[in-house]
Design a protein around this ligand. Structure first.
Ligand code: PGA
Length: 279
C-alpha cells in the first residue's frame, strides 16, 4: 500500500463543500442513552423507520437501551437502518452480574458505542478498559464507535490535542489497523449542553484525529476512517458540521429522540454529502 505523505483533508480546512473522501460513507447514529421504555423504543423506531429507510448514501444507526435491542431489531428487520448498542462489557463472559457481553450483541447489532464520555465520567472507564472493549468488539464482528473528546478544563488549558492523542493511543493500543472503527469526536462540554463546537473547530480537531490515527496505523487507513462529530447536534446546526469534508456525520443524543429532528439530520447529511433523501 502506498503511504501518503500528506493528509489531503487538512489543507482543505475552512473550505466548505462537504464532499467526502471517496471511500467514506457518511454515518449518523442516534444514541438514545437511558431513555425510552420497551414500548416507547419500538414506537420511536417505527415512527422514524419509513423516512430513514428512504434516505440513501448515509448509514443510519439507532442505539436504543439494551433492554429494547431485540424488539427494535425486529422493527428494523429488512430495512437499511442499522442497530447499535450503547456499551458492552470488556470480557467475553463470566461472573459479571448485570453486564452484557459482546457475544450477546453480535448477530443483533452491527455497531457498539464504546468509551462514551458518560461511561468515562460516571463509570470510571479508562482508556485501558475502552481498549479491551474495542479488541473484543472487533473479534465479535461488531463495529465500534469509539468516542473521544476533551473536557472543558482541558480545552481551557489548551490540552485538547494532548487529551485526544492519548485517548487514541490508549483506545487503539495493539489494535491492528482497520476501517471497521468509527471515531466520534465529542467534546465533553458540548454533550447535552446545547453549546456545540463550531464547525470549523470540530473539523480542525477531526483533521488532527486523522493525523494521529495515521501516525499510529498508516495514513491510508486514517483517510478511510469515518469520523463523526457529536455534541448538541440538531436539525438546525447539522449543516454547519457536515459541510466540512473532514466531518463524515454525527453522533446524536437528545435530538435523536425526536423523529422529525433525527430524520432532518440524516436527510441533510445525505443532501450535503451527495447521497439522496429518497423520493
Ligand atoms: P447530545 O449527546 O446530542 O445530546 O449532546 C451526544 C452524545 O452524547 O453522543
Amino acid at each position: 500500500m502506498n503511504e501518503r505523505k500528506r493528509i489531503p483533508d487538512t489543507p482543505a480546512l475552512g473550505k466548505k463543500g462537504g464532499k467526502l473522501h471517496s471511500k467514506r460513507v457518511p454515518l449518523v447514529a442516534g444514541n438514545w442513552k437511558m431513555n425510552t421504555t420497551l414500548v416507547q423504543a419500538t414506537s420511536l423506531a417505527r415512527n422514524m423507520l419509513g423516512e430513514l429507510d428512504g434516505v440513501n448514501g448515509v448509514e443510519k444507526v439507532l442505539c436504543p437501551p439494551f433492554i429494547s435491542l431485540a424488539a427494535v431489531h425486529e422493527v428494523l428487520r429488512g430495512s437499511s437502518v442499522k442497530l447499535g448498542a450503547q456499551n458492552m462489557h470488556f470480557e467475553e463472559k463470566g461472573a459479571y452480574t448485570g453486564e452484557v457481553s459482546p457475544a450477546m450483541l453480535a448477530g443483533l447489532c452491527e455497531f457498539v458505542i464504546l468509551g462514551h464520555s458518560e461511561r468515562r465520567q460516571h463509570f470510571g472507564e479508562t482508556d485501558q478498559i475502552v481498549n479491551k472493549k474495542i479488541v473484543l468488539a472487533l473479534k465479535n464482528k461488531l463495529r465500534p464507535i469509539l468516542c473521544i473528546g476533551e473536557r472543558l478544563e482541558d480545552k481551557k488549558s489548551g490540552k485538547t490535542e494532548e487529551i485526544i492523542a492519548g485517548q487514541i493511543a490508549g483506545g487503539l493500543d495493539s489494535v491492528d489497523a482497520t476501517r471497521e472503527i468509527v471515531i466520534a469526536y465529542e467534546p465533553v462540554w458540548a454533550i447535552g449542553t446545547g453549546i456545540s463546537a463550531s464547525g470549523e473547530k470540530a473539523a480542525a480537531t477531526i483533521g488532527f484525529i486523522r493525523h494521529a490515527v495515521g501516525r499510529l496505523w498508516n495514513s491510508n487507513v486514517a483517510q478511510d476512517l469515518v469520523v463523526l462529530y457529536g455534541g448538541s447536534v440538531t436539525g438546525s446546526n447539522i449543516a454547519e458540521f457536515i459541510s466540512y469534508p473532514e466531518i463524515d456525520g454525527a453522533l446524536v443524543g437528545g435530538a435523536s429522540l425526536q423523529p422529525s429532528e433525527f430524520v432532518s439530520i440524516v436527510s441533510q447529511t445525505a443532501a450535503i454529502k451527495g447521497g439522496s433523501a429518497g423520493s
